[in-house]
Design a protein. Structure first.
Length: 284
């Protein structure tokens, strides 16, 4: 795989378009710039603060560790690295990561703060070029007194349309599906969640061309094998605000800030599936 050579060819096409020698639609040029960014990326970072219980799709692989029911506020951060040669291979991605999560609030009165700080290191692999299936294995280690010491195996799948920036139109259709399943090895526990969103995205041009607002309807739920009522399901409206940044002539915006809020009404199961869900997220 010749990532550097491929990126150089894409840059030549971008230059030819800028010089008028290669007419291309605006979205095609944007796609070339997006490819350059992926080919040249060697590391990245995520940070998040989220409120809710279960079944809300993360904006990245940085998903909070499964809880034990109830609404919480959690903060998280991750740094990842793509090893040379195997990090990006024609759409297949392999990453090594380290992350930490802390519970800032627990509606059930559980531990919060430094005592809950959970660390983990691991690897994840996206084996398929055209399908966003991610397989992950990580070692969880306690930083705080109430954190877990365990192995976590995880599989996640997502699909959708309209989540990336568009430069050829000012509004577009949006839908997104996300599902994951987690298994704790040493203290056996199975946790799964899913969410489906359907909505429409609008560019907020008076503020910034890269600022997008997306109202949507969502249905989501979760399963936790250790709870008395393992399953929950809810649905309701939501709103997402995303600002893309960190771009240049050859790369499309490589980072974004997300603000999301939604309210769900319980459809089945326990109360984890209803109420307010909100979050702030940075992908760098």
């Amino acid at each position: 795989y010749h990532n550097a050579e491929s990126a150089a060819l894409f840059k030549r096409a971008i230059d030819a378009h800028a010089d008028g020698a290669l007419p291309l639609p605006a979205q095609t040029v944007f796609g070339l710039r997006r490819e350059v960014g992926e080919l040249e990326r060697t590391w990245g970072a995520y940070a998040s603060v989220s409120y809710g219980a279960v079944g809300v799709m993360p904006a990245s692989p940085l998903a909070p560790p499964p809880g034990v029911g109830g609404h919480t506020i959690q903060s998280g951060a991750e740094v990842y690295w793509r090893p040379p040669g195997i990090g990006y291979r024609d759409g297949s991605i392999f990453e090594v990561f380290g992350r930490v999560f802390t519970t800032l609030y627990d509606e059930k009165g559980g531990p919060t703060g430094v005592d809950t700080m959970q660390g983990s290191v691991g690897v994840r692999w996206k084996p398929l070029k055209d399908q966003n299936l991610v397989l992950e294995a990580s070692r969880l280690f306690p930083i705080g007194t109430y954190a877990r010491n365990d192995w976590l195996l995880r599989a996640a799948y997502s699909n959708g349309e309209g989540s990336d920036l568009r430069v050829d139109v000012n509004d577009w259709n949006y839908w997104q599906f996300y599902a994951d399943t987690n298994y704790y090895v040493e203290l056996p526990e199975s946790v799964s969640s899913f969410e489906f969103r359907w909505g429409h995205s609008y560019r907020v041009k008076p503020v910034n061309d890269n600022l997008i607002v997306t109202p949507f309807l969502a249905v989501g739920g979760a399963y936790d094998s250790v709870l008395n009522t393992p399953g929950t399901l809810g649905a309701g409206p939501g709103l997402n605000l995303r600002w893309w940044f960190r771009e240049d002539k050859y790369t499309a915006p490589m980072s974004y800030v997300d603000l999301t809020a939604q309210y769900r009404f319980k459809l089945a199961g326990d109360s984890r599936g209803e109420g307010l869900f909100a979050g702030a997220f940075v992908s760098y």
